[in-house]
Design a protein around this ligand. Structure first.
Ligand SMILES: Cc1ncc(COP(=O)(O)O)c(C=O)c1O
Ligand SMILES: N[C@@H](CCCC[NH3+])C(=O)O
Length: 380
């Protein structure tokens, strides 16, 4: 499979995000084919991409929604996700956000600290409700990914550390408006070394037995998201290996009879269906470097500037001889660089450039820096 921009988009003003909805559908079909036989329930992590046409497809394939803000809870409801298919995580939920989610009667809050549990208890009581909570634990498992997107180590702000867990569980006795329904963990994103999920499972198994010993049965376990994608060669692997991902939990998680296991994938669902399409404004050759200056920049896709991330870049207009280019945007920052020394066919002003695998954490992280207009999203 090679990437092609639908012909009618060749005249679309650039930059824009192009979403291949057929690929999204194929991805969702493959995801559910891998999840359903093992009875895994997938809550899609809206933070990766919350555009309504994308959410409509995701909902149509039977996934739930994992949200990290009141805005995302509202967006999930607007997209038609049933409240009992919505979960809400986040280390800093505001009172207004908690009240909104309580009023909507969402399935579960993934709670991350004693002070948060206390506020949840008070606000649930104020609404005359009991809030279902899962304790997000910090298992201190290294996800072997970029440090900025590692979330399950002691040094990270996320979750309840294992040393504090006994105290947190004790505190539940004095919080009558909460109902403990599960354990939750999420150790990081863009994970490609799947053995880390075996380590996570082992930690969850230990904790589950310990909680049962204290009289807490858990109707559900939530193992988070994190499955990585192939940024180097998206055409070689447009659909992630979902079977391998679920296989890790089938093999290593000690699931109790009837227990639900939730996963919260974001990137693996939407990354490959999205492409940032841009045009070359100028080619500038200095003594050492040949720059291709695009009309898209870090304002449209910040991942390379923020994490040094690689995205596969193609010139869709040229078949010429390959030359090395530093591919940069128009923003007033030297970090506004998509790639250095990338080989592209000889490139000129007006050429269309595709920046691949941009469907997750692309458009959602865009900004108006330099008073830029938001890029359009087109769906085919
Ligand atoms: C709590 C939680 N769940 C799910 C996700 C989705 O992760 P990913 O896009 O890596 O699948 C994230 C983001 O890392 C997260 O923080
Ligand atoms: N924004 C990150 C992923 C963060 C995941 C959310 N915890 C990325 O682009 O890779």
């Amino acid at each position: 499979m090679t990437f092609q921009l639908p012909g009618q988009l060749a005249t679309q003003p650039t930059p824009f995000y192009y979403y291949d909805l057929a690929l999204l559908d194929q991805t969702l079909t493959a995801l559910q084919a891998a999840a359903q036989p093992g009875n895994f329930q997938v809550h899609y992590a809206l933070k990766a991409n919350f555009n309504l046409p994308i959410l409509a497809r995701i909902k149509a394939h039977g996934l739930g929604a994992d949200c990290v803000s009141g805005g995302e809870v509202q967006r999930a409801l607007e997209a038609g996700f049933a409240p009992d298919h919505i979960v809400f995580a986040g280390v800093g939920k505001s009172d207004a956000e908690i009240n909104l989610a309580l009023a909507a009667d969402i399935f579960c809050f993934n709670a991350e600290s004693v002070p948060e549990l206390q506020v949840l208890n008070e606000l649930a009581g104020g609404q005359g409700r009991r809030a279902r909570v899962a304790l997000r634990i910090n298992p201190n498992v290294d996800a072997h990914t970029h440090p900025h997107i590692t979330t399950g180590l002691d040094a990270n702000k996320f979750g309840i550390s294992l040393q504090d867990l006994a105290g947190v569980v004790d505190s539940l006795d004095s919080l009558p408006h909460l109902e403990l329904v599960g354990l939750h963990a999420h150790i990081g994103s863009q994970i490609t070394e799947l053995h880390v999920f075996a380590e996570l499972s082992a930690k969850l198994n230990e904790l589950q037995s310990w909680l049962e010993g204290r009289g807490h049965q858990l109707p559900h376990l939530n193992v988070g998201g994190g499955l990585g994608i192939n940024y180097q060669d998206p055409d070689a692997q447009p659909i992630p290996d979902f079977a391998a991902y679920f296989g890790m939990f089938t093999q290593h998680l000690a699931r109790r009879p009837g227990q639900q296991v939730h996963v919260e994938l974001g990137r693996a669902v939407v990354a490959q269906c999205g492409t940032l399409v841009s045009r070359v404004l100028y080619v500038k050759e200095s003594q050492q470097v040949r720059f291709a200056i695009l009309d898209a920049g870090m304002t449209e896709l910040i991942r390379p500037a923020l994490y040094g991330s690689h995205h596969h870049i193609q010139n869709l207009s040229s078949q010429g001889v390959a030359l090395p280019y530093d591919i940069v945007g128009p923003i007033c920052e030297s970090s506004d660089t998509f790639a250095k020394g990338t080989l592209l066919p000889e490139t000129k002003r007006g050429d269309l450039i595709a920046i691949r695998s941009a469907g997750a954490y692309g458009e959602v992280m865009s900004s108006g820096y330099n008073l830029r207009e938001k890029a359009a999203a087109v769906y085919q």
